[in-house]
Design a protein around this ligand. Structure first.
Ligand code: A2P
Length: 295
């Protein structure tokens, strides 16, 4: 049974999806195929991950009908601007091998060129009104980015995908999302991401947190499953990444137990306020200018 969430425009979205950030292209099709066979019906990718083509390949290989799967992807910053973002939609659908997207979001606010971020979002609004995408949204937006976006655009994003795990749960962004009727979607929902070898080695690994391990034991579940359950019980969407078939299945086996209110509170209290990922307020021109291939 796939747990679904209703977005602010009435579209339903499976709460749990497979993430493919850092999934190597040669592993991505197999991961997507495995996930769909296990029961996932939601895949989250991005132009910047350079594996949209393989996501499409995995979808077709699985034999699961296209319309049964919720496909989410992201426009990269170098494609921000009105016409550029309309074209980015063409590139993404061509690579994925689909006509329509279920959710198209802006990968992040480009604080050094916010006018282009706004123009990109207006292109998403156009794609939505044309029926080319079923829902639109943003990623890595903090409260002030949302305020600036909402002041210049018409349609409230359906989703804001942000870094969110027990060590960094961003209560203020979650609150801002809720105030606007935006669904919060967690990237790195089990805190597993490292960005490159050596990244954040000094950080504590939430997968080894003793409080979470103790809670997991009471349910006969793993820490990863316990964190995903925490996400879902909070009403959030989560997109754990794995290319390992056993872990892909493990991460989907989270619908047969329930955390107690005390356990939920204990996990909420683990927030350190320290992010693993990049700060959305700090522009990264070299990354932002990365060119997204045509096909
Ligand atoms: P792998 O692809 O080898 O499974 P997150 O989505 O929170 O950023 O976590 C992704 C990272 O965590 C990846 O390195 C992934 O590696 C690993 N991972 C995914 N699922 C699990 C799991 N159930 N237990 C431990 N590690 C996991």
């Amino acid at each position: 049974m796939v747990q679904e969430l209703v977005l602010n425009n009435g579209v339903t979205m499976p709460a749990l999806g497979l993430g493919v950030f850092q999934s190597a292209p040669e592993e991505t099709a197999a991961a997507v195929e495995t996930a769909l066979k296990v029961g996932y019906r939601h895949i989250d990718t991005a132009a910047a991950y350079r594996n949209e083509r393989q996501v499409g390949e995995g979808l077709r290989r699985s034999g699961v009908p296209r319309d049964d799967v919720f496909i989410e992807t992201k426009v990269w910053v170098s494609d921000y601007g009105y016409d550029e973002t309309l074209h980015a939609f063409e590139k993404a659908t061509r690579k994925l091998g689909v006509d329509r997207l279920d959710l198209l979001i802006l990968h992040q606010p480009a604080t050094d060129r916010f006018d282009r971020t706004i123009a990109a979002y207006k292109a998403l609004e156009k794609l939505l009104s044309d029926g080319a995408v079923r829902a639109i949204g943003v990623s890595n937006f903090m409260r002030h980015h949302l305020d600036d976006l909402l002041a210049s655009t018409d349609i409230v994003p359906a989703v804001n995908q942000i870094e969110l795990h027990p060590y960094f749960s961003q209560p203020d962004v979650q609150k801002a999302d809720a105030e606007h009727g935006i669904l919060t979607q967690a990237w790195s929902p089990i805190g597993g991401i490292t960005f490159y070898p050596g990244w954040g080695e000094e950080r504590r690994n939430v997968l080894q947190d003793p409080t979470i391990a103790a809670i997991a034991t009471t349910h006969g579940k793993t820490p990863a499953q316990t964190m995903l359950r925490w996400q879902l019980q909070h009403g959030r969407s989560a997109i754990p990444k794995s290319t390992n078939p056993t872990r892909i299945a493990e991460n989907f086996d989270v619908f047969d137990f329930e955390l107690t209110p005390t356990q939920m509170t204990q996990m909420d209290a683990l927030d350190t306020g320290v992010r693993n990922g990049p700060d959305p307020d700090v522009p990264r021109p070299a990354m932002f200018d990365m060119v997204i291939a045509e096909d």
